[in-house]
Write a protein of this length. Structure first.
Length: 572
């Protein structure tokens, strides 16, 4: 997509006192979330259909768990990863900090988060779809000064830029290669929970500067009248400290907020391009200026937020029984096509950001099983067993189709099913499925390995045996041979020049008679008969001789004996 990456830092600001009597909360028109001071594992956002607690995988992996996505964070006296304090890791320049920039930290209780919850939902406000965001937090102390923060960016966590693969990297790998803020760009946003004592004002500030990631950007100093907007005063955001924070916690150790991101200008009211906030980084800081230090961060994957939808395509291959997963050693590539009933499936401005899915005008996504036949040079091939392909920034529609191209032999299509919000759409025989804004439709294509009938061929073989008998030997010669070399030929000249062929040969031991005047040997050889009719073969042998006996050569012995073979023609 060509829209600029938006990053929000929601910095919950000084929490000085636990709340006394609750104050009436401002109303945000259309807000679907319950901001009532209850932030627990089983009751927080008030909206069902969220994500598991934890992890925060989208359906179908998570099912339809209630409430928001929760990610836990090490706390109390536990060491945890966080930015190493220094001039390069302040809020403003942290996106350009050289790695390693993370290390073991142990924040003070008032700025030590132990959990964060996020959820988003699109609702109609005066007939226009608005994107709402929910954020809940819990910390180790109910009092003390500190900003609670959260940051979003459009670049996906775990990409090549930030290299923060939270689910698979060890702590040492994250320290060596991860900078969670590396995707920050001009136009990204920060939200500051700018509290004075018990105030809950939500302040929006924007990064400005050169385009592109990895740039030195300007950040307004909201504490000294910088270019910041109070969303709470515009009835665009609402926040409160928690009165019910779960077992073992007291009032003031948690809090929650809801923000209309469309009213805040983050998402367009009249969608003509997709905006996706893919990376979320909750944390705490020491202030709301570009010189503030980070104290704590929750480094974990949170759900993305988007005004467009997403499709995942999973490939599974099974054995002929139709159920057992088959990890085929050949690992073939399968092709498929995603379409939107002939209509475009991405806004024009977003197509250029997805070269792997095809050029504009984009009315279908083609992932072929033969890369050489692709219609566009920069695309990606299809999918293999166990892989998951993800297609983002898709326009919401109920008319999407997923069809499989002809499977590689010997596979056949068994089933195609897509799931959205717990509803399954079977597509094996065709049909459509929906893509929902801010939702993930999870599709699975299953192919069955078909048993094959082997072809048959037979080749007759005859095993021949011969015995060489030597007589008239003068006994007592020095260097007396212990072996003879026996060979089998197709012509009676036993020569490779010009036409004869040697079909078998071997060195065999010879046994001398007691008087030394004779010797014999036994030899057998297999001969493959490849044609019908009669075949005549000729034996020959070689004897090296010694000081009293002349040698015998192939020329001397060839044709002395022969064998005739008559067989029915070979079967193939």
């Amino acid at each position: 997509m060509n829209c600029r990456r938006a990053r929000f830092l929601i910095f919950a600001v000084p929490i000085l006192l636990a709340l006394g009597a609750s104050q009436a909360l401002a109303q945000v028109p259309g807000n679907p979330f319950s901001i009532d001071g209850t932030v627990t594992d089983t009751q927080n956002s008030g909206i069902s259909g969220g994500y598991t607690i934890p992890p925060c995988d989208p359906p179908p992996n998570s099912g339809n768990a209630p409430q928001a996505c929760k990610q836990i964070d090490p706390n109390s006296n536990a060491k945890e990863l966080g930015p190493i304090n220094g001039s390069s890791t302040k809020i403003g320049p942290i996106n350009t900090a050289a790695r390693p920039m993370l290390g073991d930290t142990n924040p003070n209780a008032q700025v030590d988060l132990n959990a964060g919850w996020t959820q988003s939902k699109i609702v109609s406000v005066n007939g226009v779809p608005h994107v709402f965001f929910y954020f809940g937090w819990r910390r180790d102390s109910a009092s003390g000064s500190g900003f609670i923060s959260i940051e979003f960016e459009k670049s996906q966590a775990g990409g090549t830029l930030d290299n923060c693969k939270y689910d698979t990297f060890t702590a040492a790998q994250l320290i060596a290669s991860c900078n969670p803020w590396a995707g920050r760009q001009d136009g990204d946003f920060i939200l500051l929970w700018d509290q004075n004592g018990t105030a809950t004002n939500i302040i929006l500030a924007r990064f400005t500067g050169p385009t592109g990631e990895g740039q030195n950007l300007n950040f307004p100093d909201c504490s000294h009248g910088g270019d910041c907007v109070d969303l709470t005063g515009q009835n665009t955001a609402v926040a409160t400290f928690g009165t019910t924070c779960g077992t073992g916690f007291v009032a003031g150790q948690c809090g929650e907020m809801a923000i209309d991101l469309t009213a805040a200008g983050i998402f367009p009211a009249n969608a003509n391009q997709c905006v996706t906030l893919a990376n979320t980084i909750p944390g705490t800081v020491t202030g709301n200026s570009n010189t503030a230090d980070y104290k704590d961060v929750i480094l974990a994957p949170f759900p993305s937020i988007s005004n467009c939808g997403k499709i995942t395509v999973t490939k599974t291959t099974v054995l002929p029984d139709g159920t057992t997963v088959f990890n085929d050693p050949a690992n073939p590539v399968f092709g498929y096509t995603v379409a939107n009933g002939g209509a475009i499936l991405r806004y024009a401005g977003d197509v250029s950001n997805h070269p792997e899915d095809g050029p504009a005008p984009q009315t279908q996504i083609v992932r072929p099983n033969n890369f050489a036949t692709m219609a566009f040079p920069s695309g990606q091939p299809g999918i293999k067993n166990g892989e998951i392909n993800t297609h983002t920034d898709l326009i919401a529609s109920a008319n999407y189709t997923l069809t499989e191209q002809t499977p590689p032999t010997p596979y056949v299509k068994l089933s195609i099913n897509c799931v959205l919000n717990g509803t399954t759409y079977p597509l094996t025989a065709g049909g459509t499925f929906p893509v929902e804004a801010n939702g993930t439709t999870a599709c699975t294509i299953v192919n069955k390995f078909q048993k094959t009938t082997p072809s048959f061929a037979s080749f007759q073989q005859v095993t021949l045996a011969d015995q060489a008998l030597l007589t008239k030997i003068n006994p007592g010669g020095s260097s007396r041979p212990t072996k003879v070399h026996i060979s089998l030929w197709t012509t009676n000249n036993c020569s490779t020049n010009p036409i004869s062929t040697k079909v078998a040969e071997g060195d065999v031991s010879i046994t001398y008679a007691q008087d030394g005047k004779s010797a014999d040997s036994a030899f057998s050889a297999g001969f493959m008969v490849t044609t019908g009719g009669t075949t005549v073969l000729y034996w020959a042998f070689e004897y090296a001789g010694d000081s009293l006996n002349n040698p015998l050569t192939v020329a001397d012995t060839c044709g002395f004996e022969s064998v005739t073979i008559g067989l029915v023609p070979t079967q193939q």
